[in-house]
Ligand binder design. Structure first.
Ligand code: PEP
Ligand code: MG
Length: 894
């Protein structure tokens, strides 16, 4: 079957987002349910991928476009660029995942020196020349890569010459003159005149949209949003309808419920006599949707009706773009609307209560990433706070930082470690760098649908928009708050912004815990909670707990964290890193152990350490009473407990030069030299320590089991898992196991799978995964150390993720997200699956878990569910997120 590259809007549906992009698929769906959509067609992402790969559109594309264009022309009774009554089209990007404003659009394709006259005869001179001017400007910038200021400066000059403040004050003749000037710019910059042939314009615009997929802005956005660079964009070619054609034309954006709270109602903004981009860009302050009733009653009623139909059809909050051309309503876009994290939880529960969706569907509609956002702290305003202004609450969260008025500076300040609040009149796609670098975003224009708001919500950054009281002077780098004796802020002054309420405060306001965290802490009773967010989170986490197969444990190495983990719902400890107990005052003892020259010295150091370790373990057993506690024997390379090699060598050299013998311990220096690791993540660590430092593991095992005995003597219960790190071969494990079993028997335990004391291993080296069938023979359980497994499978160091070449890899799309954050399911994940399968072939029912950072990462949790693990273990704070995602994984896996 040959690949088709073009689909009419009447052919697709909402489930074809991968092929038609989100916009194209939803346009098709609206046509399917009979809503008024301007006719058009979608060029598939397949075509874009061919273009990106070969540098040319597929050969079949031109013919298919001709065929589908003819269909649109027939439906409209007009032809593209007809000199007397031209059909005009828009060419817009539309990827599988929404990337607002990141790619290109060209409007009014089909206008040229002849058809502009035809349009003028029908719709008026001013409108026709303004439309042609817009085409030249967009085509010049997008298709021909001409700097936008080349055009903007001419508009400014024309306005200055006419004494005009706004574009609207320019006359038809002024705009006609601008058209001539713009054509001159194009010819000068490219060496060729503006293409007059409508079809040539169309083909060039389509290719420009394909290219915009790899534009700098789009690449940066995808990296931020973890969208794969391989997807490509679809292109929608659609009949133009004009919201700026007359006084009874207009355009707007609306939601079927409040995207901030989930309340049902009439939410949206519109502008009369304007084009869609004017509303989205926040350039003119839009009016609230309910006022449309007075302007265009019939269109308003029809819009409300369409909104209700769309929400009923999608069974979810929809966000909609519409245009009214001379009183007639057209639907230009819809999609399941973005919403704040709080609204996602609330809307999901409201829809369950309204009988629209069931519990499982509600659980599908919320994410661990959203729950994470809800656990961020908020402002504590109980003290003295100075409110500067209150504006649109565009993206929730509390942010404190120094005000910076442009994006380049914001990125630079943040690079120096400053917390920054980016303050702009409005943002545009070029501000992305500054937005990412900032703690929060504050604009003086635009509403909930402005660029700043949409992007900030996507990034999870707090944002306050439309703060009209703030008068920004970019030259003087000041922000003056309107009103009597208005405060004047200078660049660098501290402000606090609350994206949940829209408030802006002077200086740094203290922050307090979120109610969601208080609920998990047990401080708020969900049965009597006033806050419907708390109720919604409680309901959905409860559903998740009922659905999930994966148990959730915590990584914790002290009683306080363990207690918190239990409050957050942890069902045990999946990893207690004993090295964290060897720091502080105890470092001295570890140093003694390492430097001991004979058995007696070593024994003395171990004897001193054992009771201290035992005390630690008793505290943890108490906090985790009744639950399994997995304790890992010492893992890190010993140099981590010794002074740094370089500083010690320098001190020794200085001492020698000064003739100060004995200042630096030669013995210590020799040890530091001996143990220095060129690659700190390989070498003498993990089980290798246990096998080469006599008595070390034995001391730990004794401390663990003595602590467990003491715990039981106090009436405590639970179980203990002794875990051996960095095994590569079953023989290593056998040696440690023999030693551990002997000690266990001596202390009255008979270790084994499913008993109160078990002995198992981490799987964190490829060789361990590859020989898991053998290793399982000596292991009561496996726990995947996916940090090391990622490191050793890829040959990366964890430090590489901190910058260096990782950012280049992310840019080039080698991976869309760091494999240390989200498990590399294809590579590292394959080793995990293999080890689970072969381990269980040897030992049916072998308990398996994961304790690397991935245990708390939403996407990775889904992988571990499908790989058949028994539990995930993550930091205490991420336990609720893991519970939610484990529940989602269970219902989404089939
Ligand atoms: C791991 O490697 O995934 C792990 C949990 O151990 P650590 O991070 O302590 O090396
Ligand atoms: Mg490890």
């Amino acid at each position: 079957m040959t690949t088709r590259y073009v689909f009419d809007f009447a052919e697709g549906d909402k489930d074809q987002k991968a092929l038609l992009g989100g916009k194209g698929a939803n346009l098709a769906e609206m046509v399917k349910i009979g809503l008024p959509v301007p006719p058009g067609f979608t060029i598939t992402t397949d075509a874009c991928r061919v273009y990106l790969k070969t540098g040319a559109a597929p050969a079949e594309l031109a013919g298919e476009v001709t065929e589908h264009l003819a269909g649109v022309e027939k439906a409209m009774g007009r032809t593209l660029g007809d000199p007397s009554d031209p059909l005009l089209v828009s060419v817009r990007s539309g990827a599988m995942f929404s990337m607002p404003g990141m790619m290109e659009t060209v409007l009014n394709i089909g206008l040229n020196d002849q058809s502009v006259q035809g349009l003028a005869a029908i719709a008026g001179e001013r409108f026709a020349w303004d439309s042609y001017r817009r085409l030249l400007q967009m085509f010049g910038k997008t298709v021909l890569d001409i700097e936008s200021h080349e055009f903007e400066s001419l508009i400014d000059a024309m306005k200055a010459a006419r004494g005009a403040k706004q574009d609207l004050e320019l006359s038809a003749a002024d705009l006609q003159e601008l058209v001539a000037q713009f054509k001159g710019v194009i010819e000068r910059e490219t060496g060729s005149p503006f293409p007059q042939a409508p079809r040539a314009q169309l083909d060039a615009a389509i290719e420009a949209v394909f290219r915009s997929w790899v534009g700098e802005r789009a690449v940066l956005y995808r990296r931020q949003e973890r969208i794969s660079h391989d997807l490509g964009t679809a292109v929608n070619v659609q009949t133009m309808v004009f919201g700026n054609m007359s006084e009874d034309s207009g355009t707007g954006v609306c939601f079927t419920r409040d995207p901030g709270t989930g309340e049902k109602g009439v939410y949206g903004d519109f502008l009369m006599n304007a084009q869609g981009e004017d509303v989205v860009a926040g350039i003119r302050n839009a009016r609230p949707l309910h006022e449309l009733e007075g302007e265009s009653p019939a269109a308003y009623r029809q819009l409300l009706d369409n909104m209700a139909r769309l929400e009923a059809h999608y069974k979810d909050l929809c966000d909609i773009e519409f245009t009214i051309e001379r009183g007639k309503l057209w639907m230009l876009q819809t999609r399941v609307g973005k919403r704040t994290a709080a609204a996602a939880f609330k809307i999901a529960c409201q829809l369950v209560d309204e009988g629209v969706i069931d519990d499982d569907e509600a659980l599908r509609r919320v994410t661990g990433a959203q729950l994470t956002m809800l656990m961020f702290p908020r402002f504590d305003k109980s003290g003295d706070v100075t409110t500067l202004t209150k504006a649109v609450a565009a993206s929730p969260g509390a942010a404190v930082g120094r005000i910076v008025l442009n994006s380049t500076d914001a990125a630079e300040w943040a690079g120096r470690g400053e917390r920054v609040i980016l303050v702009r009149t409005e943002t545009n796609p070029d501000d992305l760098v500054g937005m990412i670098a900032s703690e929060g975003i504050l604009t003086s224009r635009g509403g909930k649908t402005s660029h700043a708001a949409v992007i900030a919500r996507g990034m999870g950054a707090p944002c306050v928009c439309g703060a009209e009281d703030l008068l920004i002077d970019f030259a003087a780098k000041t922000v003056t708050v309107a009103g009597d004796g208005g405060v004047v802020l200078r660049e660098g002054d501290l402000v606090s912004i609350d994206g949940a309420t829209g408030e802006v405060f002077l200086g740094e306001v203290p922050v307090q815990a979120s109610p969601v965290v208080e609920y998990f802490e047990g401080a708020i009773d969900p049965a009597t909670a006033q806050d419907d967010l708390v109720t919604a989170v409680h309901r959905l986490v409860t559903v998740a707990d009922a659905r999930r197969r994966l148990a959730v444990r915590a990584n914790s190495d002290n009683p306080e964290d363990s207690a918190r983990a239990v409050r957050f719902g942890a069902q045990g400890i999946g990893l207690c890193r004993t090295e964290h107990m060897f720091l502080g005052d105890r470092r001295q003892l570890v140093e003694q152990l390492i430097l001991a020259e004979d058995e007696a010295g070593r024994a003395a150091a171990l004897d001193a350490l054992r009771p201290l370790q035992q005390g630690d373990f008793e505290g943890i057993f108490a906090a985790m009473d009744g639950k399994p506690v997995n304790i890992r024997l010492l893992d890190p390379p010993l140099h981590e407990f010794l002074p740094d090699l370089t500083s010690l060598s320098v001190a020794a050299a200085v001492a020698e030069a000064k003739g100060e013998q004995g200042t630096v311990d030669a013995h210590l220096l020799a040890a530091v030299h001996r143990l220095h690791e060129a690659n700190p993540m390989l070498g003498l660590r993990g089980v290798r320590l246990g096998l080469t430092i006599p008595g070390l593991f034995a001391m730990q095992i004794r401390a663990i089991l003595s602590a467990f005995t003491a715990h039981k003597a106090r009436g405590g219960t639970g179980s203990v898992e002794i875990m051996v790190p960095l095994i590569g071969d079953v023989r290593e494990l056998r040696l440690v196991r023999e030693e551990a079993e002997a000690i266990a028997r001596e202390l009255g335990f008979e270790p084994g799978a499913g008993t109160e004391v078990s002995i198992g291993t981490m799987i964190e080296l490829p060789r361990a995964a590859l020989t898991a069938g053998q290793i399982a023979d000596a292991a009561d359980f496996f726990s995947f150390g996916t940090n090391d497994l990622t490191q050793t499978t890829w040959g990366f160091s964890r430090d590489d993720a901190e910058g260096g070449f990782f950012s280049a890899y992310l840019d080039k799309g080698v991976f869309p997200v760091s494999p240390f954050e989200t498990l590399d399911a294809t590579g590292v994940g394959r080793l995990v699956r293999l080890a689970v399968t072969e381990g269980r072939e040897t030992k049916p029912g072998l308990k398996t878990g994961v304790c690397g950072e991935h245990g708390g990462d939403p996407e990775s949790v889904h992988f571990f569910h499908t790989a058949g693990l028994d539990y995930v273990s993550c930091s205490p704070f991420r336990v609720p997120v893991a519970r939610l995602e484990a529940g989602r994984a269970a219902i989404m896996a089939h």
